[in-house]
Design a protein around this ligand. Sequence first.
Ligand SMILES: NC(=O)c1ccc[n+]([C@@H]2O[C@H](COP(=O)([O-])OP(=O)(O)OC[C@H]3O[C@@H](n4cnc5c(N)ncnc54)[C@H](O)[C@@H]3O)[C@@H](O)[C@H]2O)c1
Length: 393
Amino acid sequence: MKTTKISVIGVGYLGAVHAAAMADLGHDVVGLDIDAERIATLQAGRAPFHEPGFEDILARGLDADLLRFTTDYADIADADVHFLGLGTPQQADGFGADLSYLEAAVDALAEVLPARGGAPTLVVGKSTVPAGTARMLAGRLEQVEGVTLMWNPEFLREGFAVKDTLDPDRLVYGVHDTEDPVAAQAVAMLDAVYARILEREAPRLVMGYEAAELVKASANAFLATKISFINAVAEMCEVTGADVTDVARAIGMDDRIGAKFLRAGVGFGGGCLPKDIRAFLASAEENGVGEALGFLREVDAVNERRRARVVALAGEMLGDLAGRRVTVLGAAFKPLSDDTRDSPALDVACRLRAAGALVTVTRTPRRCGTPSAASADWWSSSRTPPRHCAERS
Ligand SMILES: NC(=O)c1ccc[n+]([C@@H]2O[C@H](COP(=O)([O-])OP(=O)(O)OC[C@H]3O[C@@H](n4cnc5c(N)ncnc54)[C@H](O)[C@@H]3O)[C@@H](O)[C@H]2O)c1
């Protein structure tokens, strides 16, 4: 396999795993981030977050001298392929995606790329973005000779990120024009990077930028809708006396529906689904088809209601919550992860606290399979409210 010089810009959950995975495929990789502490942690071989298997591939890459980390864009100037793993959070004042991190990174990259003297260079976006973003960013790179931009959305699941990166169920390549020979060259370059993944016969789909962007937005919207669907059915079950697990099990047996993402509960959270459905809705509105995706507003509302319902249930069981001691077991938004971004658990903890309960949240310490009272790292929301709580109050 041909080794490619690669940079990964933005080494958060997605980018750090991607960088280590690319080194594991045998490439020569530099991970770049503006967060110096994160870079020092990764360079020291420590994972800044919990992700099964990540520390192993991180250590392998560092030991083999195929992986290093930097905060300096000059250190990535000679890479042939640059992956963009920047965050696209919800805007502070609206539902749309904040693209400023991507824009800043692309502009910083554009400054160092001329040093390559026009040699073929591929920039590959991996972040989740609204349709139109890739074309906008390609415009910012237009002046740099030899550069082509592709969009290759990431479908990894936190908790399975290493496996999903090295053994994805599909690869989607978005190009500026599927008929353009320049796009064909870019596809060949990315194929060379993913050669070992493609050997395992992962389906690889080439399409226009906008389709690739919409694949990711629609996939997340579909998953969120499925979760909110069963949670909406759960509301109906509660008032009619039906058991939603019976209903879910039976409808999930229909192949056309499937059992996954059909478990009623506290709803979805994390750094992706909530902000992605809102960004999808905002993008539809900007494009004049807000009505088409208006149902996502309801998907979001059903999801928010679940959190309130957990607190209401606690109230039904305990009576007045004021002064009652409540423990929330687990702070992350899902199992096998320590990601607390938009965590339903923390939201519920904050709502309970707002109702007067004395709340303790447990977190499983790193490298520990199961949470336990003895080994847990405790914090009390009455002592240090997380940013999440401060925002809500
Ligand atoms: N986390 C997931 O499970 C997942 C899965 C699929 C897709 N995505 C998408 O991938 C993108 C990244 O998500 P994430 O969870 O890794 O976010 P993250 O916030 O963990 O990581 C983003 C990183 O980019 C860095 N950064 C910001 N500005 C920079 C700049 N100018 N130059 C270099 N680095 C910079 C930040 O310091 C941070 O470390 C988002 O669009 C997200 O929706 C995430």
